[in-house]
Structure formats: C-alpha cells, structure tokens
Design a binder for this molecule. Sequence first.
Ligand code: NAD
Ligand code: UPG
Length: 335
Amino acid sequence: MAVLVTGGAGYIGSHAVLALKRKGFDTVIVDNLQTGHGGAVSSDDHFYKGSLHDGEFLDQVFTNHKIDAVIHFAASSLVGESVQNPLKYYENNVGGAISLLQAMERHGVKKLVFSSTAATYGEPESDLLTEEDTVSPTNPYGETKLAVEKMLKWSSEAYGIHSIALRYFNVAGADPEGLRGEDHDPETHLIPIILQVALGQRDHISIFGTDYATPDGTCIRDYIHVSDLVDAHLLALEKLESDPETTVFNLGNGQGFSVKEVIDTARKVTGHDIPAKEEARRAGDPAKLVASAEKARIILKWNPVYTNLHDIIESAWKWHEAHPHGYDQETRKGD
Ligand SMILES: NC(=O)c1ccc[n+]([C@@H]2O[C@H](COP(=O)([O-])OP(=O)(O)OC[C@H]3O[C@@H](n4cnc5c(N)ncnc54)[C@H](O)[C@@H]3O)[C@@H](O)[C@H]2O)c1
Ligand SMILES: O=c1ccn([C@@H]2O[C@H](COP(=O)(O)OP(=O)(O)O[C@H]3O[C@H](CO)[C@@H](O)[C@H](O)[C@H]3O)[C@@H](O)[C@H]2O)c(=O)[nH]1
C-alpha cells in the first residue's frame, strides 16, 4: 500500500516524501513541476509528471499503484499573486482538488490529508487562533483553501472520503540532514528572501507595511519548521486509519514574530547586516496570524521540536549556504 503525495516535488511535499520513506511507507509522487523541482525527487521515487487536472493521467497512477491514502500538497500558494490573479487560484486549487477527489472516488481511495492554511482565518478576532475561530479570508488564496475544506466535508458525507485538513501557519526551515530545502522561483517568502540578501544575491529585504496595528507596525506570523509540519501529516494518516473523522487542525508554534523581528534574528544567525527598506503594504496580508495548535497536540499527539525562531532560521540558512542556487545545479528527473 502506498501514499500518493501530490505536489511531492515542491517544498513541503518533498520533505513529506522523505519523512514517509524514513517511516517505511511506499510513496508515489504526482507533480507537474509548475513550481516544484525534479532535483527534489529521488531517482528511486515513483514520480509521475503531470497535472491534477488530467483525470486520465490520475487514473493511470491509481491503476499502477495500490494507493491507500493521499496527501494533497499540490496548489498555487502565494497570497500576493492570488490577489492579482484570483482565477488562477480557483482553477488550480479548487479545480485540482475536484479532479483529485473524483479520481479517488473512482478508485475507492478513502483517506486524504489536505494542506490548508492560516489564510483561511483572515483578520484574527483573538490572539491565538483556534479551529473554532471565524474563517473569513482576506485573499483569494485563503478563499480557495476554505472552499476545498468545505468540499471535503461534503465528500466525507457523500462518498466516505475521510480527510484531515491541516491549517499550516508559516512554514520555514529545511531537512536537518540537508537533503531538501526551500527553493521557489521567484521567491516571495520572507525567510528565504532574507537569506538571499545574506548570501549577497539581493541588496535588501523590503518590509511590506510598517503601519499595521502591531507593536512595531509590521506583520506578525507564526513560523513552523517543515520537519515538524510533515510529522503532523504522518500522525494525521494514523488518525484517519484508527478514527476516520473529517476534521481540521492548526499547525503552528503559538508564538508570533514581526517581520522586523525575523530580520533581526536572521542577522544574528547569519552574521550579515541584511539591509532592509520600509515599503508599502502587500495586498491581502492580515496583520497577525498566530496559532493555537492545542488540538493537534492533544488529539494527534503532535509535539513540534523546533519551537525557537533562531533554530528554524538556522536550519534554512544551512540549506541556503549549501545550495545558493537551490536545485538548479542538481540532476533533474522527469523533465
Ligand atoms: N509554504 C507555506 O508556508 C505554506 C503555508 C500554508 C499552506 N501551504 C500549502 O502547502 C502546500 C505546499 O506548499 P509549498 O510551499 O510546498 O509550495 P510549492 O509551490 O513548493 O509546492 C507545490 C507543488 O505542487 C505542484 N503543483 C501545483 N499545481 C499542480 C497541479 N495542478 N498538478 C500537479 N502538481 C501541481 C507544484 O509543481 C509544486 O511542486 C500548498 O498547498 C500550500 O498552499 C504552504
Ligand atoms: O519580501 C518580503 C516578503 C514578505 N514580507 C512579509 O512577511 C510576512 C510573511 O510573508 P510570506 O513569507 O510571503 O508568507 P505569507 O504571505 O504569510 O504566506 C505564507 O504563509 C501562509 C500561512 O500563514 C500560507 O498559507 C502561504 O501559502 C504562505 O506563502 C508577510 O507579512 C509579508 O508581507 C515582507 O515584508 N517582505
């Protein structure tokens, strides 16, 4: 029995594949490499290059392998881009999930773990967001993820496809053994951009907005290490095995850091100056997103290891120093 990982050549998906294999699972990867990398796939992986939108392609994958469960990472996932091009997000995230669920239904696969997001909440009504808080996204990306969560609820009732949606807060860091890391092109995420400045690949980091209602005026986010994050997926698979209830969990560290605090911490980690320029707000950004992950800690028995921002940035820095051009120089498979 294998776990199908959609988006398994992407940042988080490739770390999940490693974690699954380290636990002895057989894995199958589906990815169209629109933002993923052949270099993030091992030569011995079952890798299918193609799109979720292609039902016949998915049928082939589900026919070739006995798939027991799916972890669905494949999506478009940039807040700012989603405001500029919302239909791309509805097409890829909602359309892709529909096509995947239809294929699962055709092939009798009943377990799904879904990458959802803190962006489903919108402007928070409380300091620590729980799964009970109001969901009211401030950007199309969050809307599409919320739409999929709702589809999953109805698909559970109608087709018996049970799922766990994991609402990630801001994911950062790299595989502790250095085998995978974060490489987006163009990079838009705060921590890797800061590290590109430290590497001398950019002159400065832009701080998007200094007039938010936060202590230093910059946005606050809850950063979570990718290894801790993927561990929760394995626990979610176990939970679906023993108790197939469709539900949602937050994944974060419960501690918020402002953009300025992240830059300061990166200066300490890297020993570089990292010049910063204050600029206008980026559309779609809520002021503050910090998780209560109590539900995951209690029910999934999830116990994150990297609870310190310094350690998370240090782990990302090690990968960036070792791979200053990301996966570019590395062997690609499946191109
Ligand atoms: N990075 C974060 O901080 C964060 C936070 C919350 C949620 N998420 C979610 O986690 C998931 C993974 O994010 P990531 O940062 O690894 O992004 P990523 O862009 O690195 O990975 C996404 C992968 O999916 C593939 N893909 C996209 N559309 C596809 C399609 N139609 N068919 C086949 N493959 C397709 C891409 O090629 C890529 O390899 C996404 O669903 C994202 O919304 C990420
Ligand atoms: O050059 C930059 C890049 C980002 N930021 C700010 O840094 C914060 C974090 O931004 P970023 O790293 O782009 O992450 P988010 O926009 O918070 O979104 C990430 O985190 C979400 C969960 O909170 C996920 O759903 C998204 O997929 C993922 O991209 C935001 O306030 C940005 O405005 C800057 O000030 N300068």
